[in-house]
Design a protein around this ligand. Structure first.
Ligand SMILES: [Mn+2]
Length: 492
């Protein structure tokens, strides 16, 4: 959906979820401002059993002049009702009749959606979705410090002070919003109430320590999600705890905060495992967060979380490449010659400029030089390559690579702080095919600590491939299923 589709209507109401948080209020404000810019005076509101009382929310609304109203009924049925950071019909959104519905949300929802919807469940905040939708309309938030501050704070609070950010689009909002720093400082320091500190204390008293696997589990009473991050950061400092999962019920289901201080467990992938098919999650190797929004299995969610934590340890095979791994059942495959992308770094920025490469899952930095080329793989992953190595391994071609990208890669010029999309600059090249490997499809979750990076593991899910160099049985690694199937074929 595009935001401009909303402007076909003139009588519009924008609804935030019940018990509003900063993200839903920021999103409502952004849609309100966008519509106002197009001459439409929308009604911005929230409903539910209770008016906002939290200090940070009251300050945000007052200082940013957000015209949000608390209502229990609408005086007429609007032509269009837009729900932001929530989905029409869900239990955390008070029901109002409307002639047409639009939904903008980042929570996974299995309900049937109205035709007008924009749901990106792997974004850390709904504010990020609206930020990107506004950019797509050429509506630059940089000129509106109040709106920028609102969206920035919406992302900040939904990602546990940015520590649980995973998506590249979230990083764009974090890095490019021109916010009001003194207001953000005030908001950051008025987020918890004395009651919530009591909830933290009570939750810590109820902590379950699974000493054989080094995991601590805590269920807190419903509270501000910031409390979860606070508890999990504290728990990780316990000598016997190497990872922890802290969660509480919210209006949407359950919110989780996960931490790890061991290289055996990547917190982001751990929370993705726990929430797989019932919610969403992500973040970094050490800090991550998630939501469980579907509790239709019949098992109470706290019990489900405990079961998933146990099965995560039981269902995973671990290989250390340096050990002798007697892997059986592998078959020979041949590498195909496929078209991928490349760009000489000097075609993006002048010599010597430090650039940050932003792709879906990670940022990397490098300095532009005549020797440095960027390669763009079939999943949109970007990595640097030395010009000489490039010329030995690849041949430029006229064809352009066929890439399906959820986040088209961009580089950020660190000196000027500008974002440069790469899509139009990518050229095609082909690698010589014919290399042989051995591989087998995984039936279990698998971690591989490779020879070249024993500190971090590669993670494979059932369906992905475990691969081994044909002439070195210690050179083992994981290839994701979609990449494997595009780049290898069974050898005769
Ligand atoms: Mn949100």
């Amino acid at each position: 959906m595009k935001l401009s589709e909303l402007t076909a209507y003139k009588d519009i109401a924008v609804q935030c979820h019940n018990f509003p948080d900063a993200d839903t209020i920021a999103c409502g404000y952004a849609v309100y401002k966008y519509l106002l810019f197009h001459g439409i005076n929308a009604k911005l509101f929230y409903s539910g059993p209770k008016k906002i009382t939290k200090a940070n929310m009251l300050i945000m609304i007052k200082e940013l002049d957000i015209p949000v109203e608390y209502i229990t009924e609408l005086d007429h049925t609007p032509e269009l009702l837009v729900t932001v950071d929530c989905t029409y019909g869900e239990s955390n959104v008070q029901h109002f009749d409307a002639k047409n519905i639009a939904v903008i949300d980042h929570h996974i929802c299995k309900r049937e959606m109205p035709p007008m919807n924009e749901v990106r469940s792997n974004y850390g905040s709904c504010s990020t979705i609206i930020y990107k939708m506004l950019l797509d309309e050429g509506f630059d938030i940089a000129g509106d410090i109040k709106l920028s501050t609102a969206l920035y704070y919406g992302l900040y609070t939904d990602t546990n002070s940015f520590s649980e950010i995973s998506h590249a689009a979230d990083k764009d909002l974090r890095d490019f919003a021109k916010f009001d720093p003194s207001l953000i400082t005030i908001l950051k320091n008025s987020v918890l109430s004395c009651e919530e500190m009591g909830i933290a204390a009570e939750a810590l008293n109820g902590c379950v320590y699974l000493n054989d696997i080094g995991t601590a589990i805590v269920e807190a009473k419903p509270c501000d999600p910031n409390i979860l991050g606070f508890i999990s950061d504290l728990l990780l400092q316990v000598d016997t705890v190497s990872d922890c999962v802290v969660f509480c019920r919210t209006g949407f289901g359950y919110k989780l905060s996960v931490r790890s201080c061991t290289n055996q467990i990547n917190a982001s992938e751990f929370v993705k495992y726990i929430t797989e098919n019932i919610g969403n999650g992500g973040g970094h190797a050490d800090k991550a967060g998630g939501m469980i929004t579907d509790s239709s299995s019949g098992i109470p969610v706290p019990e489900l979380i405990r079961q998933k934590i146990i099965s995560y340890f039981e269902d995973t095979d671990i290989y250390h490449a340096a050990d002798d791994n007697h892997i059986t059942g592998m078959s020979p495959y041949i590498k195909l010659s496929v078209t991928i992308g490349y760009i000489p770094s000097l075609e993006i920025v002048p010599e010597g400029t430090e650039i940050l490469i932003r792709m879906l899952e990670a940022d990397t930095t490098l300095r532009a030089s005549s020797d440095t080329y960027l390669m763009v793989g079939i999943s949109g992953e970007v990595y640097p390559i030395n010009k000489n190595v490039f010329e030995q391994k690849y041949v430029p071609c006229d064809e352009l690579p066929d890439m399906d990208q959820e986040y088209p890669p961009a580089v950020i010029d660190s000196i000027n702080n500008i974002r440069i999309p790469l899509a139009d600059r990518i050229k095609g090249c082909t690698a010589a095919g014919g290399a042989k490997i051995l591989a087998k499809q995984l039936t279990r979750y698998t971690k591989v600590f490779t020879l070249w990076d024993p500190e971090h593991y590669l993670y494979g899910r059932p369906g992905d491939y475990l691969a081994m160099s044909a002439n070195d049985s210690k050179d083992i690694y994981i290839v994701r299923r979609n990449i494997f199937e595009k780049t290898y074929m069974p050898a005769e």
